[in-house]
Design a protein around this ligand. Structure first.
Ligand code: HEC
Length: 150
């Protein structure tokens, strides 16, 4: 096995680990809907993101760059729709914008049919999923503390 193949095996293993973490722990970012908040539930947008992510991972695993591109385009659509839904928080919009530009890079990488580049961009994108979730979780903990201090 060449070093390149080994490297690719490693990247794939890592991607699968990331995917597993995402799939296995949705409760980590789950929180009750706040009363009075608008809801076309964010959770529904996220389910769509998860679905699109599945396409991308499948495309990577089967070397089908068209499927990757399709998944990345779906992700972009969802994040743009979501931006109109969540407009009030500056930081959230920032995370959303970063995510959006990563989906652009992912689409470009898939167009160039360079599987290694796609794999790396996909890792950046999934890291961005988790960065935003960590931020959201932090905000919710802060809100709960505020509530209980009242
Ligand atoms: C800009 C912020 C942001 C980004 C980027 C983001 N998410 Fe989320 N995600 C959220 C928020 C907010 C919630 C909590 C929704 C709720 O329960 O109200 C969430 C929840 C989830 C959930 C749990 C949904 C449920 O049914 O409770 C899944 C699954 C999920 N995200 C997947 C993803 C995936 C996959 C990506 C990346 C491809 C991603 N998210 C990127 C903000 C984000």
């Amino acid at each position: 096995m060449s070093a390149k193949q080994l490297g690719r095996g490693f990247v794939t293993a890592l991607l699968c680990a990331v995917a597993w973490t995402l799939l296995a722990s949705p409760s980590a970012v789950q929180a009750d809907d706040q009363p009075g908040e608008p809801k076309i539930s964010l959770s529904a947008f996220m389910r769509k993101k998860l679905e699109a992510s599945g396409k991308i991972l499948e495309g990577l695993c089967t070397d089908d760059m068209e499927l990757v591109q399709k998944g990345a385009e779906d992700l972009k659509k969802v994040s743009q729709a979501e931006r109109f839904r969540v407009s009030n928080d500056v930081m959230y919009r920032q995370f959303n914008r970063e995510f959006d530009s990563l989906t652009d890079e992912l689409i470009k990488a898939a167009e160039s049919k360079n599987a290694d580049r796609v794999a790396l961009k996909w890792m950046d994108t999934t890291m961005s999923c988790m960065d935003c979730h960590r931020f959201v979780r932090g905000m919710r903990i802060a809100e709960q503390k505020k509530e209980s201090a009242k």
